[in-house]
Write a protein that binds this ligand. Structure first.
Ligand code: GUN
Ligand code: ZN
Length: 448
């Protein structure tokens, strides 16, 4: 006899990553989800009759997939600026520091207007969900109330999210888009408290110093203390662009590297995710490995802003956790499928430069976009693949939708269907999206 109540059962083909295997294909498999959205069993070649006897579900609860359908883990966007979605797809003609001063800071200062925030934040959460992002790690803006609104919207639409109120007490370019040091740390505490009070099941706060250039040492120290005292996640940017790295050296002359700046302020922990890291030295990668901090690789942004190219292979060789990020609006695409393609292109570009570079495989990049992202965000005990006990965060993919983005011209193994989907697919192929067992796409309403 069992006390577990199986609420949903899926039968068909599943693909996911494990620590040992970047792509495990599970054909003819049965997976059960309980009322809380947790995976209670996954059995290859499982016989529905004996499983239903054991778990007590009914035939009518079994969702039989079609031959052109498979289920994969939800995609993880480990770095996205929700506030920059309003101008994404434009304004990519300047290098990072000028881009921030010219486009980004003026736009972000508009989020003191909650109506504007409400409009953009609904759009970005819906867009990313439709594109299969079941977990997103967001930068909002310096405005506490608008950042809380982003958390509320992610919860309402059912996305798993880490939400950061941005902290910056240095900004020479746009004078009203910065905070006083004590205001920034005080508002961060208020943000954390208010967001936790809501008890959203899948939305949590993340401590968010923008980057070393826009924070004083005093603010970095206070944020490190806040994160430590409440055991919170931390996110920032590191070593994205050469000019930025030079500026950090000038601002923190006593510290031995960019990594050392965050390390000395208690901001590198096993719950830290740092975007970019294009110019990290091997010694710095060792510090990442030692602290358990991770890198969010954002290749669309890195190429769009001519910032640099992260050598993901080298980071993985140093056993650093790596996830993928869109970095909207430095990256123009809100889709992790695009990040997957740009990751492969960047890896191939590195091989062109240096033929001894070991190019990433599509299976490895599939893992970075799913399990890797959940590890990078320290959420891998809850999500990232189809292990029993984890939440069912999943995409139901159909590679053969009418007028869709690709053609399947004969019987193909699942591995080929997945590769085609990763290279050619889009939201038309993502028929259903689940977060913790709840179907969140198609949306309950039709508004866009
Ligand atoms: N570094 C500091 N802020 C930002 C930002 O908003 N986008 C990117 N790409 N890099 C940053
Ligand atoms: Zn960013």
């Amino acid at each position: 006899e069992t006390t577990v109540c199986v609420a949903q059962v899926f039968r068909g083909t599943f693909v996911h990553s494990t620590l040992e295997d970047p792509l495990e294909v599970l054909d003819n498999t049965v997976l059960g989800v309980d009322k809380k959205g947790k995976i209670v069993f996954i059995e290859k070649g499982g016989d529905v009759k004996s499983l239903s006897d054991k778990w007590g579900f009914l035939d009518k609860d079994v969702r039989q997939l079609d031959p052109h359908e498979f289920i994969m883990p939800g995609l993880v966007d480990s770095h996205i600026h929700a506030s920059q979605y309003s101008y994404s797809g434009t304004a990519l003609d300047l290098p990072l520091l000028q881009w921030l001063n010219t486009y980004t800071f003026p736009v972000e200062s508009q989020y003191k207007d909650l109506k504007f925030a409400d409009k953009v934040y609904n759009k970005v959460v819906r867009r990313t969900l439709r594109n299969g992002t079941t977990t997103a790690c967001y930068f909002a803006t310096i405005h506490t109330d608008a950042s809380l609104l982003l958390g509320e919207i992610a919860n309402k639409l059912g996305q798993r999210a880490l939400v950061g109120k941005v902290c910056m007490d240095r900004n020479d370019a746009v004078n009203d888009y910065k905070e006083k040091t004590e205001e920034s740390s005080g508002e961060t505490k208020r943000f954390i408290q208010k967001l936790m009070e809501k008890k959203y099941p899948h939305v949590r706060p993340i401590v968010t110093p923008r980057f070393a250039i826009s924070c004083t040492s005093g603010l970095l120290r206070e944020l490190g203390d806040i994160a430590k005292n409440s055991n919170l996640h931390i996110q920032s940017h590191i070593s994205e662009n050469k000019e930025e790295c030079e500026m950090v050296k000038k601002l923190f002359p006593d510290l031995k590297s960019y990594t050392d700046v965050y390390l000395k302020h208690n901001l590198l922990t096993d719950k830290t995710v740092m975007a970019h890291g294009c110019y990290l030295s091997d010694a710095e990668l060792q510090v990442f490995h030692g602290t358990g901090a991770s890198i969010s690789h954002c290749p669309n942004s890195n190429i769009s802003l001519c910032s640099g190219m992260l050598d993901v292979r080298n980071a993985l060789n140093h056993k650093v956790k790596v996830g993928l990020g869109t970095d909207v609006g430095g990256g123009y695409s809100p889709s992790i499928l695009n990040a997957i393609r740009r990751t492969l292109m960047t890896s191939k570009a590195l091989t062109i430069q240096n033929p001894s570079h070991q190019t990433l495989t599509f299976e490895e990049v599939f893992r970075l976009a799913t399990l890797g992202g959940s590890q990078a965000l320290s959420l891998d005990s809850e999500t990232g693949n189809f292990e029993v006990g984890k939440d069912f965060d999943a995409l139901l993919v159909n590679v053969c939708v009418p007028e869709g983005p690709m053609d399947i011209c004969g019987p193909e193994p699942t591995k080929v269907l997945l590769e085609k989907f990763l290279n050619l697919g889009d939201d038309r192929n993502i028929c259903e999206v689940y977060v913790a067992g709840r179907r969140v796409v198609p949306f309950a309403d039709k508004a866009s």
